[in-house]
Design a protein around this ligand. Structure first.
Ligand SMILES: Cc1ncc(C[n+]2csc(CCOP(=O)(O)OP(=O)(O)O)c2C)c(N)n1
Length: 205
């Protein structure tokens, strides 16, 4: 896997932000800043490589770069309007813009890898509100009970778009904290340097 640095991730998001600002990109983008160290650490510590599957959601530019998608190929796909649902099967990274989707797919992929004796593991990255959904709970429960090779990574930026996730659920902590399921989950907090979507300015085409 090519080495991707923190500076690579930051400069990529900045490049896309500038393109978006110029009005050339006529599709939604979700940019992220402030979690580069955590993402790089997770990819390194878990040695995520070409046999492994990565599932992500609307905010997956950084994941694609870390999974080995070449910068230009990623940029071309974003320019074609695919930012919120990036899919590069040849690099084993698949993303969706639908909250809660892909969690069952990730577990099914892990089930197949295990039961067909194939190499590779599955890593699913999602946000704090996504990790409070029923489908996330069911997916983690199934993966834990059948000891499937899937890890769920929750990047907690405190909000679902602009809604305070913890206030919604009436609890300062994620549901899985202190449970047996936590061993299937990597959890970290970060403050997003970008708005949830776009760049916080009205863009006129
Ligand atoms: C089924 C569905 N409902 C609503 C949305 C709109 N939506 C997109 S992202 C998002 C917030 C999700 O919050 P979180 O999981 O914390 O993600 P993050 O803040 O990390 O982007 C919502 C409600 C959607 N994409 N899909």
């Amino acid at each position: 896997m090519p080495t991707v640095t923190k500076e690579d991730l930051i400069s990529f998001e900045k490049e896309i932000a500038d393109i978006f600002k110029s009005g050339q990109l006529r599709a939604p983008v979700h940019l992220r800043a402030g979690r580069e160290d955590e993402l790089i650490r997770i990819f390194e510590e878990h040695n995520i490589g070409s046999d492994d599957y990565v599932f992500g959601f609307w905010d997956s530019h950084e994941l694609a770069l870390l999974k080995g998608v070449p910068r230009q190929e990623l940029k071309d796909s974003i320019m074609r309007g695919n930012s919120i649902a990036l899919c590069f099967p040849e690099y084993k990274i698949l993303c969706s813009g639908i909250v809660g989707s892909l969690m069952g797919t990730a577990v099914g992929t892990a089930w197949s890898l295990k039961n067909l004796g194939k190499p590779g593991r599955v890593f699913l990255f999602c946000g704090d509100m996504s990790s409070e959904t029923g489908i996330f709970h069911e997916s983690v429960k199934y993966a834990y009970n059948y000891d499937l090779p899937v890890t769920f990574i929750v990047g907690d930026n405190g909000v679902s778009v602009m809604t305070d996730t913890r206030e919604v659920w009436g609890c300062p902590d994620p549901w899985f904290q202190g449970t047996k399921y936590a061993e299937k989950i990597i959890y970290f907090r970060y403050a997003n340097g970008f708005p949830h979507s776009g760049i916080g300015k009205l863009i006129k085409f």
